[in-house]
Design a protein around this ligand. Structure first.
Ligand code: PHE
Length: 351
């Protein structure tokens, strides 16, 4: 076969392969096969020098022209294929913007402890109290000494309290903020302090971490009657308008007198429920304990006297309640640990 016939044959086969290529990969294969290092045309080009001189010029020229022609055909086919591939992708990847967004994102809700804290805050804000917060890692001074705890009080034991060092601990109640608040603000003072507290306790009604809300009111002429009225308003706002409260004598190192406060049961009539059995909530007593309180002990004022708290001029009341306890009573939750298990079946019932 003459060199010119050979070129015709190459053109015919290469053009057919380029046109038949249905993807970039197949086109690349055609390029390697017909223009690659080992292909027939480059081979022929390399051999031009050894042709008889009469053929050299025309064959060399024709072979070079064919190479350019095939390269151009490859390029054209390449861009055709790319366009077709893009069109195909656009056709299949199409997004239907009229479909509903999916999955539908569920609406979250407040944790029952958060919801209860906000409810309590709202009630006291309405009574003219302000809301403050304080450190959970606390000095023993604020947690105990400044609150008139004697040096051998059992709550100080490492078996009851989480210590960070000898003088630093995880606060066991929100009461240390009474002292801190009085150091920062001169009277009159009307404050509630919600926050986390820590005790070495764990069972159905105790968790190592729980929440309290502290209350503190200091002014001239504050009496136990003011405490009674304030907590009656609180109890009615949370548990219903017909509620009564009662104050029972108790002891706390930092209040004198000290009381425990009960709310009249909202689950029964005279201690009995509908079917005639004893009320499980108040155990038939018609009263439910909700918090501890009392009149600020003058000994506590002595610790903050230099900040404007003269015990002969000012009196005050304080109270402290467990937020989880309030939520459990109000919503009939029977196990405190449910608050911290993060089981959605529990959490989704509230809020
Ligand atoms: N801090 C007390 C407790 O944790 C409650 C309390 C607060 C009592 C304020 C009296 C006054 O038990």
């Amino acid at each position: 076969m003459s060199a010119m016939d050979q070129l015709k044959q190459i053109r015919f086969e290469a053009q057919a392969a380029i046109e038949a290529a249905a993807s970039s990969a197949q086109l690349e294969q055609a390029r390697v096969e017909h223009l690659g290092r080992k292909a027939e045309l480059p081979n022929l080009l390399r051999g031009v020098a050894s042709l008889p001189p009469a053929e050299r010029g025309s064959v060399g020229k024709a072979a070079n022209q064919l190479r350019k022609e095939l390269e151009a055909a490859l390029e054209t086919r390449q861009s055709d294929l790319e366009r077709a591939e893009l069109d195909a992708r656009l056709a299949t990847d199409v997004v239907d913007v009229t479909l509903p967004a999916s999955p539908v994102v569920p609406v979250g809700r407040l944790h029952l402890v958060t919801a209860t804290r906000r409810e309590v805050e709202d009630i006291f804000l309405g009574l003219g109290f302000r809301v403050a917060e304080g450190p959970e890692v606390e000095h023993a001074y604020y947690n105990f000494d400044g609150l008139n705890f004697n040096s051998s009080h059992p709550a100080r034991l490492w078996t009851d309290t989480f210590y960070v060092s000898e003088d630093v601990l995880l606060r066991t109640h929100t009461s240390p903020m009474q002292v801190r608040a009085m150091e920062l603000h001169a009277p009159p003072l009307y404050l509630i302090i919600p926050g986390r507290v820590y005790r070495r306790d764990s069972d159905a009604t105790h968790t190592p971490q729980f929440h309290q809300v502290e209350g503190l009111a200091v002014d001239e002429d504050i009496t136990l009657g003011d405490l009674n009225g304030t907590l009656t308003t609180f109890a009615r706002a949370v548990f219903g308008d017909e509620r009564k409260i009662r104050l029972r004598p108790h002891f706390f190192p930092f209040t004198e007198p000290s009381v425990e406060v009960d709310v009249s049961c909202f689950n029964c009539r005279d201690g009995f429920v509908r079917d005639g059995s004893r009320c499980p909530l108040c155990k038939g007593t018609t009263w439910i304990e909700i918090l501890g309180a009392g009149m600020v002990d003058p000994n506590v004022f002595e610790y903050v006297r230099e900040f404007g708290y003269d015990p002969d001029r000012y009196t005050g009341f304080a109270f402290g309640m467990g937020l989880e306890r309030i939520a459990m009573l109000k919503h009939g939750v029977t196990d405190l640990r449910l608050f911290y298990d993060n089981d959605l079946r529990f959490l989704e019932q509230f809020g």
